[in-house]
Write a protein that binds this ligand. Structure first.
Ligand code: USQ
Length: 410
């Protein structure tokens, strides 16, 4: 058992089987990606397909539809999922099979799992935005029902159609919040009145979206204990970038790149703001610190998790990020590189629409994925310059009115 995992005692063959042994048995894995049209889902599909795995993707375009409803259109136009699969086939010679439908609908889920019975399921199929979840009653309800509904259906489908399959679930570092002690990798040994026990690390999320991820983890842990599922839950920080190994010269294979307040994450937003000549929108004091990663690191983390699966009856948790930065650090870095490129970047500290600590302790562990062989891509000046150049190529599509609307948390 690794530091970031917990197995429930089992009668049949003992606690969690060895990860390394499982990985060596199968080089080609049949992988179903739930949420395969999203910012991370589509690049993951291409990456795993390029790596020789057999891949299918499922999506109902929830993210695209919500973005349209909220006037949060991405930086560039995107082909639909069937077209993406065709383009990928042309480009790579490899086939990715698309399924379009709602994973909250059990009949659809059962149909997909019967047609494509996977060895591994990557579960991204959630409403992914914290600001969206705080917008209004309907958005809160959609976030809760969609996220928990898809997670439950995924668990039930694995149990019914492929009980040995490995579920790789995207959680979030935001499950832990910002406690005033070190954050461990998923679990905490608690000593109490002379006895000790390992528990899930205490979670105290900062938005309804992040709270649904806490609930997902609880659901997964419950069913790992009941049904000996294999699960890896990845506590991911904010991701940046759009260029991956598979799409370097193919903008038509870029992922959904959002820069608006609802669906855009902070560094992607700052890059677009720098290109548009909009002041960088630092919320409050800007001391909010998070763990960040390049989109290429996300792909490698998912691949490494699949190729080194959790054992039966094991909930394995990794903290998925490579570097920590405060919002101020990010703004200063974007300003420095932007100014070198002649953009004349300004930073503006605006009243924080969110309810969060703006200065706090932050020291999360993150050794599990490094131990599996992750080689991080740090946020260098060259990386920032490359991102700015890609956004510059789409400058005419930036709608500055989308950059800030002030969705209040309270
Ligand atoms: N922030 C600013 N200015 C902005 C946008 C954000 O100062 O213009 C600040 C936020 O207040 C926050 C930090 O930057 O303190 C990160 O915000 P974000 O919007 O990049 O990320 P967040 O809403 O937390 O959510 C994103 C993804 C989510 C993922 C999460 C990882 O949308 O799916 O789970 O990052 S984490 O933040 O570690 O919880």
């Amino acid at each position: 058992m690794t530091a970031g995992s917990c197995s429930f005692p089992r009668n049949a063959s003992g606690p969690g089987t060895s990860s390394a042994g499982d990985a060596n048995q199968a080089t080609k894995v049949k992988i179903l990606i739930l949420g395969g049209d999203g910012y991370l889902g589509w690049p993951t599909a291409m990456h795993l397909s390029a790596g020789g795995h057999e891949v299918a993707v499922v999506d109902n375009y929830l993210r695209r539809n919500l973005a349209r409803e909220e006037d949060s259109e991405p930086l560039y136009e995107l082909p639909n999922l069937a077209e993406r699969c065709r383009l990928w086939r042309e480009h790579s010679g490899k086939r990715v099979e698309p399924f379009i439908g709602d994973l909250c609908d059990w009949d659809f889920v059962a149909d997909v799992f019967r047609k494509f019975t996977p060895d591994a399921v990557v579960h991204y199929a959630e409403q992914p935005s914290a600001p969206y979840s705080m917008l209004r009653r309907g958005a809160a309800s959609l976030t809760l029902h969609n996220n928990l509904g898809v997670t439950l259906n995924t668990i039930l489908a694995v149990r019914e159609f492929c009980p040995d399959a490995h579920i790789v679930k995207l959680g979030t570092m935001g499950e832990y919040g910002t406690p005033d002690i070190d954050i461990e990798e998923g679990w905490l040994d608690v000593e109490h009145k002379g006895r000790s026990h390992k528990f899930l690390y205490p979670r105290q999320a900062g938005s309804l979206y992040h709270t649904t991820k806490v609930m997902d983890t609880d659901l997964l842990w419950f069913y790992v204990r009941m049904w000996d599922l294999r699960v890896t839950d990845l506590m991911q920080g904010p991701v940046y970038g759009m260029v991956t190994y598979e799409n370097e010269d193919r903008p038509d294979l870029y992922p959904h790149f959002a820069y608006d307040e609802i669906f855009g994450t902070v560094l992607n937003r700052f890059i677009v703001q720098a290109v548009a000549g909009h002041p960088l929108t630092v919320y409050g004091k800007g001391g909010q610190t998070r763990g960040y990663l390049n989109i290429k690191d996300t792909l490698n983390c998912i691949r490494l998790s699949i190729e080194n699966p959790a054992g039966r009856g094991e909930l394995r948790i990794f903290n998925q990020f490579v570097e920590t930065f405060s919002v101020n650090d990010l703004a200063e870095r974007v300003k420095y590189v932007g100014d070198e490129m002649g953009l004349g970047v300004k930073i503006e500290r605006i009243e924080n629409p969110r309810k969060e600590l703006e200065e706090h302790y932050y020291n999360p562990a993150h050794t599990g994925l490094l131990d599996l062989g992750l080689e991080p891509h740090p946020l260098t000046e060259d990386v920032l310059k490359g991102l700015i150049e890609v956004v510059q190529a789409h400058k005419d599509r930036i709608a500055t009115g989308r950059i800030f609307r002030g969705v209040k948390w309270t």
